[in-house]
Design a protein around this ligand. Structure first.
Ligand SMILES: Nc1ncnc2c1ncn2[C@@H]1O[C@H](COP(=O)(O)OP(=O)(O)OP(=O)(O)O)[C@@H](O)[C@H]1O
Ligand SMILES: [Mg+2]
Length: 260
């Protein structure tokens, strides 16, 4: 069953220098319980798409539904089923991890006691228990990223949108996050919509990849299918496949770096 479905989803920004067509018409479906890797070069329109699907940004064209809720007519319904970890997280540096998690629970209308309980559960799941009384501003980059994710999971969303969740994480924290994403899917049936520039991560985690470039979908399929179709064989690297899909060719191994 499709849990996310978009048709011609588009967003044009009006700027003083004229219109910027960030997303030019995205058609995609995501199945319930799928881990979708949403890939594309810088500026392809990934974050803009995620911001639309989580109701933070109004589309200027097209339509979408998330878990049966229409973006245009039922944004509150969409918000209730979505968790979103933004590319640049947003925690208050002055308050403690515990306060941040409890506040988030209260925003989702949990009772004071339940919010406190949920903060403990989330801290345990995300390896933050020892940091509950630390100020958010004093966390390392990776610890802050884990807090961003904990906050997004507060209301046990059916769909979790993660925008470059592992950027800046050390290899151990990255592996932990992969485990967490798989556990969310396997144990709770959570659908995960994830952007990343780490192609090894996309390859390891995703059931399916959607590649966008210039605000449109340029490839859609399982990692193996895309490698076969664009990389020449099932054993092609996802790196070469990605470069072929987005019209950039891999530099020869002995080529001198070119200034751009
Ligand atoms: N508020 C805005 N006003 C004007 N242009 C914008 C705005 N937000 C995004 N854009 C432009 O829209 C395009 C898509 O941006 P977006 O952030 O969606 O890319 P992305 O695929 O997430 O890239 P990255 O991999 O660098 O995070 C870019 O050209 C960007 O400059
Ligand atoms: Mg982005």
């Amino acid at each position: 069953m499709a849990i996310i479905s978009t048709a011609g989803l588009a967003r044009t920004f009006t700027t003083r220098r004229g219109p910027v067509e960030a997303v030019r018409g995205i058609d995609l479906t995501v199945r319930e319980g799928e881990i979708l890797g949403f890939l594309g070069p810088n500026g392809a329109g990934k974050t803009t798409t995620l911001r639309m699907l989580t109701t933070l940004l109004a589309p200027t064209g097209g339509a979408a539904t998330v878990a049966g809720h229409d973006l245009a007519t039922d944004p509150a319904g969409v918000r209730a089923v979505c968790g979103y970890v933004a590319q640049s997280g947003g925690v208050d540096p002055q308050i403690t991890v515990r306060e941040e998690l409890v506040t988030q629970g209260r925003l989702y209308r949990l009772s004071r006691a339940r919010a406190a309980e949920r903060a403990d559960e989330l801290a345990r799941d995300l390896g933050l228990s020892a940091l509950l009384d630390r100020k958010c501003g004093a966390l390392s980059g990776g610890q802050r990223r884990r807090l961003d994710i904990a906050m997004a999971l507060t209301h046990r969303p059916a769909v979790l949108f993660l925008d470059e969740p592992t950027t800046g994480l050390d290899p151990g924290s990255r592996a932990d996050l992969w485990d967490l994403v798989r556990a969310l899917r396997d144990e709770h049936g959570t659908t995960v919509f994830l952007t990343t520039h780490y192609l090894d991560e996309a390859d390891a985690l995703s059931d399916r990849l959607v590649v966008v470039d210039g605000g449109v979908v340029v490839a859609d399929g399982t990692p193996a299918a895309l490698k076969r179709e664009y990389g020449g064989s099932r054993d092609a690297s996802l790196q070469d496949t990605f470069l072929a899909v987005t019209g950039r060719t891999a530099p020869a191994a002995d080529a001198a770096p070119v200034a751009v």
